[in-house]
Design a protein around this ligand. Structure first.
Ligand SMILES: C[S@@+](CC[C@H](N)C(=O)[O-])C[C@H]1O[C@@H](n2cnc3c(N)ncnc32)[C@H](O)[C@@H]1O
Length: 311
């Protein structure tokens, strides 16, 4: 069905581009659902044609992956394990999610912003993996106080709001906040009014107090204390950021906070340093996404569920 939706979207976008006065995004909110309904109404023969196309593309992807040789990172001589392109589908025109359509925009990252190079202006596979995971297992966040670290464009935090968390505080360095806030505004009709959503600065090198993050000016009823859940997607890739990230996690958790950390392994060093540190602080479970949520992920993606060790 995804192939059909994509082909129909491209077709309509081409049409819209021809009309000078067309406003593409007015229709985008509902287009994915509309295409899905169109698909449901296709004849079995037509549906089979689309299924065959999807199957052939899967075979193509597997074939390319089987012959793919990881390039060597010249600076450290360790192999880069990251997969090519995106593994989890993402479209800035609309992502079907839990019956809604997420509209998440990225930004051109033309200048080097901050120590990490401005990676928060794009959506990374880690965010999509955790987004799909909470879609399948929404109870992880439902009615919970949630903090997300390194939220970037905000797709995961927005997904948590749609899944009915009580509060979500998305955080990142200041450069990432304007785009994140715009994405929150674009999607705010998709979650209930009583859900408290905010975007705040949190630099792992000088993390604000957890009370400060959880207190909300608009809604004094949200008590402070520790979050129930912390989400972290694709924030493990530069070795020098691991210690500040772990320090922030230590500061923001107590023994009942559940921490979900996902990342695509891009080299040995950052991964090894992170694994050592996270196991020191937390009880760590390597989540089997296929068994728990029916989600296929290549081994190069890690999804960890962590709880603080009693100190
Ligand atoms: C690879 S991106 C992942 C973004 C998002 N979670 C996703 O998966 O699409 C890493 C994120 O970490 C953020 N980051 C880098 N250094 C940071 C720091 N010192 N404190 C807080 N966030 C930081 C970046 O701004 C960026 O948003």
């Amino acid at each position: 069905m995804d192939f059909y939706v994509q082909a129909r979207r491209e077709e309509e976008e081409k049409e819209a581009a021809k009309e000078t006065n067309s406003s593409k995004h007015n229709g985008a909110d509902t287009s994915v659902l509309r295409y899905k309904m169109e698909f449901d109404n296709l004849s079995d023969i037509d549906k089979a044609r689309w299924y065959k196309r999807a199957k052939l593309d899967k075979i193509r992807y597997r074939r390319e992956m089987a012959t793919y040789e990881a390039p060597i990172d010249d600076t450290s001589s360790t192999p880069i394990l990251a997969i090519m392109g995106r593994f989890f589908p993402f479209s800035s025109d609309g992502i079907p999610f839990a019956g809604a359509t997420l509209i998440i925009k990225e930004a051109q990252n033309s200048s080097h912003i901050g120590e990490d190079g401005g990676t928060g202006l794009n959506v990374w596979d880690g965010a999509m993996l955790l987004t799909r995971y909470i879609e399948k297992v929404p109870n992880i966040v439902k009615n919970k106080k949630v903090i997300e670290l390194g939220s970037g464009c905000g797709v995961l935090g927005i997904a948590a709001a749609i899944c009915g968390c009580k509060q979500i505080v998305m955080t990142d360095l200041s450069y990432a906040l304007p785009l994140m806030r715009t994405n929150v505004d674009r999607n705010k009709s998709a979650w209930k009014d009583n859900i408290v959503v905010s975007c705040k600065e949190c630099d792992w090198f000088k993390p604000p107090n957890v009370d400060e993050l959880l207190l909300d000016q608009k809604c004094k009823t949200i008590e402070s204390n520790y979050p129930d859940v912390i989400l972290v997607a694709d924030c493990v890739w530069i070795s020098s950021l691991i210690a500040p990230l772990l320090h922030t996690l230590k500061q923001y958790t107590n023994e009942s906070t559940e921490v979900f950390i996902t990342y695509q392994q891009r080299g040995r060093e950052a991964h090894d340093i992170f694994m050592e540190g996270v196991h020191e602080l937390f009880h760590v479970v390597d989540v089997d996404t296929l068994e728990e949520a029916g989600l296929v992920k290549p081994d190069v993606f890690h999804l960890l569920r962590c709880k603080r060790k009693v100190s």
